[in-house]
Design a protein around this ligand. Structure first.
Ligand code: THU
Length: 160
């Protein structure tokens, strides 16, 4: 028997102004779509913006439902929109932001486990890493260079 350690790396930016200019613009698009979220139950709005290799930005926000599990997270709305409309375009970066109507989110809000699994599928499909930047409403921004840093021991098609 032995134990193994799995290494993850996250880059921490103190706030959006530290981000490269192109990512600041992408995050601004995530903020704009976040405000259009349909979140009447949680009052927790999430926005995601994806930069494709052809320069097109695809966005998504969370869509809730009175039958709660029928709702969907912003990240999956966005990545499935990209996957369905631009199946041959690689996704270079993803910017995510969340805002609560109940309290100020000043810590980075990471994508949930199901969204990580969904994003992983596309990173593997395109055989190129997806940079993920995520934040709350204000404050620090975390960046992972690859989904592998957020979801070690990914279940993928090689496991089938
Ligand atoms: N939500 C997202 O959009 N992305 C996540 O990664 C976590 C949660 C949404 C789902 C629900 O509409 C609300 O946030 C509260 O969970």
């Amino acid at each position: 028997m032995k134990k193994i350690k799995i290494y993850s790396e996250i880059t921490v930016y103190n706030d959006v102004t530290e981000l490269p200019e192109n990512i600041q613009k992408l995050m601004a698009q995530a903020v704009a779509i976040r405000e259009m979220a349909y979140a009447p139950y949680s009052h927790f709005r999430v926005g995601a913006a994806l930069m494709l290799e052809n320069g097109i930005v695809v966005t998504g926000n969370n869509q809730e439902n009175a039958a709660y599990p029928s709702g969907m997270c912003a990240e999956r709305v966005a990545i499935w929109a990209a996957g369905s409309q631009y199946p041959d375009q690689k996704i270079l970066q993803m910017a995510i932001t969340a805002r609560s109507e109940n309290h100020k989110l000043d810590q980075p809000i990471p994508p949930c486990g199901a969204c990580r699994q969904a994003i992983a599928e596309y990173e593997i499909k395109q055989d190129q890493n997806i940079e993920i930047y995520f934040m709350g409403e204000i404050g620090k921004v975390y960046k992972s260079d690859s989904l592998n840093d957020l979801l070690p021991l990914i279940f993928d098609s090689s496991n089938l």
